[in-house]
Design a protein around this ligand. Structure first.
Ligand code: MRU
Length: 354
């Protein structure tokens, strides 16, 4: 079994190649992004998703935009346009700001090329960041499991290699354990409504031959009560300065269950996901998505043909908030590329000052 990290995005010549995640797990289709509009569309339609990957595609989107207009006004306008593509994950803002501040002092004629190089560096940095998060998570995870069984990790949504350039954040320690031949088993929350767990996390764990079991979102509480979960690890889309964690809807309920049953609840948190501008989770814009994500499901029939069907014909109203807020008090530790820390205003202020 090949254990080299698989990259979810790469630059080839003057275009960007990335997996279309809306077509997984049914087909592996690689998209070519050749301009700002392609990057913007890919983020909006969730062909690419996951906070760090959104940031990476946004960075390339800005580099493309500067090929058309590298003036000061062009630079500011492109950042403003791209930032609207998805509001909750702060990594998009962070990545655009990283590229913007890198190129702003340069002559306009050099900006597009410098932005492209910075987007590539941002991608390389993401891989190193995720590996470091994985190593730090390994140092806080429970060591041995009951009676020699594999370590049992529960995760929500997809914070794996598909959501990042490689390794993932929450799944990084799983890949590292697997690389080292240490047995691990992952409980994969289905993650309604878009099923990122069932469609993406299960797909990428299967790709690497890592033991996993998909469960309905509501099953985690029972598993924790029975002692079948050693730790919960999730990713995040934004962490505010008091340590509140905004992540895929359903994360909060997992944190409550973990708290009730004494199961450690870890948040894999790149420093780029911390937003010191916002005091608490209630200030984060929560994306309200199309109700069709809830009312319609896509699958394949016995002949491998794909169908999308309405599973609640006649439903009058459907609400679809895409993220929720896990209060800081429910988080055992935030694990960043610099190490683990408490989800508290003091720890985050120290991190920001370092
Ligand atoms: O709506 P999505 O699929 O982009 O939501 C993704 C998540 O909530 C992830 O957990 C988060 O972005 C962290 S990805 C390392």
């Amino acid at each position: 079994m090949n254990t080299a990290p698989v990259r979810s995005i790469r630059a080839e010549g003057d275009v960007v190649i990335t997996l279309d995640q809306t077509r997984l797990p049914f087909e592996e289709h690689w998209l070519t992004l050749a301009g700002e509009a392609d990057c913007d569309r890919a983020i909006r339609t969730m062909q690419v998703r996951g906070a760090p990957l959104i940031g990476a595609v946004g960075a390339y989107g800005l580099a493309f935009a500067l090929r058309q207009d590298a003036s000061d006004t062009g630079l500011v306008a492109a950042c403003a346009r791209l930032e609207l593509a998805r509001p909750t994950a702060v990594n998009l803002h962070w990545a655009l700001e990283r590229v913007r501040s890198h190129v702003a002092p340069l002559p306009t004629g050099n900006r597009a090329q410098a932005a492209w190089a910075e987007a590539q560096r941002l991608c390389d940095d993401d891989v190193a960041c995720n590996r470091a998060i994985g190593e730090h998570l390994l140092s806080v995870l429970p060591r041995a499991s009951v009676a020699g069984r594999p370590l049992q990790i529960l995760t929500h949504c997809n914070a794996g290699r598909l959501a990042t350039v490689a390794y993932g954040t929450a799944l990084a320690p799983i890949y590292l354990l697997h690389e080292r031949g240490i047995a691990v088993h992952v409980w994969v929350d289905e993650t309604r409504p878009r099923n990122q767990g069932a469609s993406l996390t299960a797909w990428e764990l299967a790709e690497r031959g890592i033991a996993h079991t998909v469960i309905a979102d509501n099953a985690g509480g029972l598993l924790m009560m029975r002692g079948d979960v050693d730790a919960v690890i999730v990713g995040c889309d934004r962490v505010t300065r008091n340590g509140d964690v905004v992540n895929k809807v359903g994360t909060y309920l997992k944190a409550l269950a973990a708290h009730a049953h004494g199961v450690p609840f870890f948040v894999a948190c790149p420093i780029s996901t911390i937003d010191m501008r916002l005091a608490d989770g209630l200030q984060v814009p929560i994306e309200d998505r199309d109700g069709r994500e809830l009312s319609h499901v896509t699958g394949i029939d016995a002949q491998g043909r794909q169908h999308t069907v309405d599973i609640m014909p006649g439903a009058q109203r459907v609400a679809n908030p895409a993220f929720d807020i896990t209060p800081a008090a429910l988080v055992t530790a935030l694990v960043t590329e610099r190490g683990a820390c408490r989800a508290s205003a003091g720890s985050l202020a120290n991190l920001a000052a370092a």
